[in-house]
Design a protein around this ligand. Structure first.
Ligand code: MG
Ligand code: MG
Length: 274
């Protein structure tokens, strides 16, 4: 992405502004933790509510209420004109699905992506939820994608480069024969939803920005049963697999720390969503 273009077209009061790499102060980390907890609690609620017969619009409305009840604002609402408070992507939809009248059915694979802003700072996290009874293939895809996120998190140490996170994810996923999405990547996060650096889900290692204490990044592998290629739907938001294959997505916002990666968007410090 052309950073200069972004700087020219978005003011620094806009959530679309990209300030580059930011190092969070102790005070800012407190706010990041608060935002992360709001996201984690909202995702827990969405896991309970996601079942056959409910619409993605219902989930969006309940998530928005929960974020506000917990003292946050839904970061995604209005971001570059996005109409929902959360993203809901089903089946072969990878990310950025718009909540609407779609009714969830038994066997669906739902991805929910949640962003919340608290005291000016943002948490960003996503989870894949099996609706009712899902196939063994879908279950395996969820398991591999959740573990891929864990591999990425374990690699997120001070002094390591963003490419090393991607390499850790790729080395785990690729031998399974799945497609690892390349066109969409993780990112720095803080006052703004998308800050530098980009955090790819593929190698090679040894390249990209070097991680340092106080940086916060979103790591978010997207894994397809088929190929890695994607396609954008006519709504200009929803990203789907080009070959129509099933896709899964997990994401956490992580604080880079000398003590090891701190998962800001976790309720209990667990590496992956249970
Ligand atoms: Mg997200
Ligand atoms: Mg993200």
């Amino acid at each position: 992405m052309n950073k200069n273009l972004i700087l020219q077209t978005a003011s620094n009061s806009s959530p679309e502004y990209n300030p580059g790499i930011t190092i969070k102060s102790a005070h800012e980390i407190v706010a990041m933790r608060k935002a992360g907890k709001v996201v984690a609690k909202t995702i827990e609620l969405l896991k309970e509510l996601s079942r056959p017969g409910v619409t993605t619009r219902y989930l969006d409305q309940m998530a928005e209420k929960e974020i506000i009840r917990l003292g946050g604002t839904p970061t995604f609402k209005g971001y570059r004109g996005f109409p929902g408070s959360i993203c809901t992507s089903v089946g072969n939809e990878i990310v950025h699905g718009i909540p609407g009248s779609r009714v969830l059915r038994n066997g669906d694979l739902l991805k929910v992506d949640v962003g919340a802003t608290v005291d000016g700072f943002i948490g960003d996290s996503a989870v894949t939820i099996g609706i009712g009874e899902i196939s063994d293939d879908a279950m395996k895809l969820i398991d591999v994608t959740a573990t891929a996120l864990k591999m990425g998190i374990l690699a997120a140490l001070p002094g390591v480069r963003t490419g090393d996170i991607g390499a850790a994810i790729e080395e785990y996923v690729s031998p399974k024969g799945y497609g690892l999405v390349r066109e969409y990547v993780g990112h720095g996060v803080g006052r703004f939803l998308h800050e530098e650096p980009a955090v790819p889900n593929y190698g090679p290692g040894g390249r990209g920005a070097k991680l340092a204490n106080g940086m916060a990044i979103a790591i978010e592998p997207m894994v397809n049963i088929g190929g890695w290629q994607t396609r954008l739907l006519d709504d200009q938001w929803t990203v789907v697999t080009k070959d129509g294959s099933l896709s899964a997505h997990f994401e956490h916002t992580i604080l880079i720390s000398q003590e090891g990666p701190e998962i800001l968007t976790s309720l209990n410090g667990a590496y992956v969503h249970g």
